[in-house]
Design a protein around this ligand. Sequence first.
Ligand SMILES: C[S@@+](CC[C@H](N)C(=O)[O-])C[C@H]1O[C@@H](n2cnc3c(N)ncnc32)[C@H](O)[C@@H]1O
Length: 322
Amino acid sequence: MSDPEEALTRDDVVQGYRLFLGRTPESDDIIDAHHGHMKTVQAWRDALFNSEEFVERHIKPATVQAMDQVLYGPPPAVDHQVSADVLKAMLERVREQWTSLGEQDPHWSVLSSPDFRKASLTPEKIADLKRSGQREAQLIDDFEARAGVALSRGTCVELGAGVGRITRYLSEKFERVIAVDISPGNLELCAEYMAEEGAHNVECRLVSSFEDFDSLPEFDVLFSVIVLQHNPPPIQKLILRSLFSRVRPGGGVLFQIPTHIPGYTFDAEKYLTEPLREIEMHSLPTAVILEEMLRYRLRLLDVTPDPFIGGLGSFTFFAAKF
Ligand SMILES: C[S@@+](CC[C@H](N)C(=O)[O-])C[C@H]1O[C@@H](n2cnc3c(N)ncnc32)[C@H](O)[C@@H]1O
């Protein structure tokens, strides 16, 4: 097929059928209809990729294959129990990485679309990014409605608030929000944004060590999306443990975390010898999360697959403290 911006030819329509659907068009009338309706090669390609036939033929089998791999595969080898020194070294890596991302490319570090790279940012794109957080903040209402519960709306701790994309909307739903982040640059932007919006019930709090997590006050609701995934499993577990222990009865937790990334394994010793990837992606087995929930009297109300890692294996957990 030719350049995507190029005008669509009748031959492109036929080739599209052949390449993407593996067949010839039903009739000349169908070819004419597509040719008349679609102006560019790109529009034709989009139409094909979104067609039921393409989804049935290619997308569904690929999805089922990945699910098979998880369901019938061996239990993933994931180290989540390491010594205090190794934990410290791992958290230090996370801190260094997010300090640097927050200095170099804060908006892209929050939503990694090329649109939010520093070089291509515009005030309109920043406004879009900020508006996008409304959808995630709404999850608290949606999960409550689905589970038929209402959690206390006193203090919310948002783990990994970033530049405040979601924080601003959480501040309308809770009496108080503690916006916690490990990246000084991102948190500074978050504080500036909260001041601009007059969100005076938000306290921005930098965390650099496990002691910082352990010195957080008790609170009602933990909220976190697109954060834990960037921490190695032993850190994910310890942060969840520290935060779960601080949730007051009547409150609860809503957090996203990968648990079933196809093919994911984690070797703690090897990890510390490897160079950091620009953005890390980690997964913690469900059993470990449920064990921590049980320990801190969190009753699981819902666990839903979500799109936050752009592929299979991430879930959003919702639980209430009793
Ligand atoms: C991809 S951004 C998402 C920010 C925000 N949750 C959102 O959706 O807009 C991840 C944020 O989590 C922060 N972060 C990563 N690991 C963290 C940790 N262990 N403790 C606190 N913040 C962390 C990063 O500094 C970054 O600001």
